[in-house]
Design a binder for this molecule. Structure first.
Ligand SMILES: Nc1nc2c(ncn2[C@@H]2O[C@H](COP(=O)(O)OP(=O)(O)OP(=O)(O)O)[C@@H](O)[C@H]2O)c(=O)[nH]1
Ligand SMILES: [Mg+2]
Length: 291
């Protein structure tokens, strides 16, 4: 998928842009609580800080430096730290918007390459996705580095079907002579894939429509289920998942926890041993639903 001029496989390449400033006018959406953007039929109103009452929670996930905070700023009117290197967002940030008559709480997460993480920042993202139970997960991917971004999309698809893929940086992809077949990807992943260039506000209306559609459906696709060819492994996972669910009632993704335990994931092992896994099942911010 890489075109001429693409960066190295391991290090995100600084993007050519008007500046590497963290708050240049291209990076930040106009910060204005009353700004409204007409998006076809429905309207976006940026609310700035997260509303106390909301109808839906939307989490922004993705690899580092893919434009999550740029999308967050465009939808909320806030000015989260944006810049041309990885690891800027280190804790969750929350903001709000209304669209099509519904109030949304939007959560900007630190970048992560994998749900099998590793660093403290990545744990914030992992816990929010696995245990926070957002109504929609928007996975922001870099259209110029799709092969590197898709593993996380697939991992997230294994825990939920309530996913929208924001195929960001299509302007960069175009510059490199790359086109991504979004319709094909949509078919393969079973969830909406929205091409966009968030820094230019391109694709925001389609993203909003996809978020509203997924948030409003009772009928989201089932999570992708890894089929373990080894019957003994499958049996072990099923049995252990049952025990995890018994010990921590209400913990989502007991099967995922079981797989991590079988792999010997030290963080998950510790959370099971000291009981904090149960606390993860409770979203960090108490959720007060509107209506
Ligand atoms: N060319 C182009 N640049 C973009 C686009 N969206 C974001 N950027 C730039 O990409 C860089 C990273 O954007 P951020 O929004 O900070 O990315 P992030 O995913 O929040 O990064 P972390 O918090 O570090 O994981 C910034 O320089 C943005 O201006 C886009 O659609 N096109
Ligand atoms: Mg960020």
């Amino acid at each position: 998928m890489r075109g001429p001029g693409g960066g190295t496989e391991d290090l995100p390449t600084p993007r050519p842009g008007p500046s590497q400033d963290t708050h240049d006018s291209h990076d930040a959406a106009p910060g204005c609580a009353s700004c409204a953007l007409s998006t076809g039929g429905a309207r976006l109103a940026r609310l700035g800080l997260a509303p106390g009452r909301h109808d839906h929670v939307v989490a922004l996930a993705g690899n580092p430096n893919t434009g999550k905070s740029t999308v967050f700023n465009a939808l909320t009117g806030l000015r989260q730290h944006v810049g041309n290197w990885s690891g800027k967002t280190v804790a969750r940030a929350e903001g709000g918007f209304t669209y099509g008559g519904a109030r949304y709480r939007l959560v900007d997460l630190p970048g992560t390459y994998s749900l099998l993480s590793t660093s403290a920042d990545e744990d914030v993202a992992r816990d929010a996705l696995l245990f926070g139970q957002p109504d929609v997960v928007v996975v922001v991917v870099d259209a110029t580095r799709l092969e590197r971004n898709l593993p996380l999309v697939l991992q997230i698809r294994q825990i939920t079907g309530r996913v929208v893929v924001a195929l960001n940086l299509v302007d960069e992809a175009r510059r490199h002579g790359l086109t991504v077949d979004a319709r094909h990807l949509t078919r393969e992943l079973g969830v909406p894939v929205v091409p966009m260039a968030a820094r230019r506000n391109e694709g925001i209306p389609d993203l909003l429509a996809a978020i509203a559609q997924v948030a409003g459906t009772e009928d989201a696709p089932a999570p992708l289920r890894l089929v373990h060819k080894d019957p003994a492994l499958e049996e072990a996972v099923t049995e252990l998942a049952g025990r995890v669910a018994g010990r921590f009632p209400g913990v989502p993704n007991a099967r995922w926890v079981a797989l991590r335990l079988l792999e010997g994931d030290p963080g998950i092992e510790a959370a099971v041993r000291d009981g904090t896994l149960g606390e993860l099942a409770t979203p960090a911010t108490p959720v007060e639903r509107a209506g």
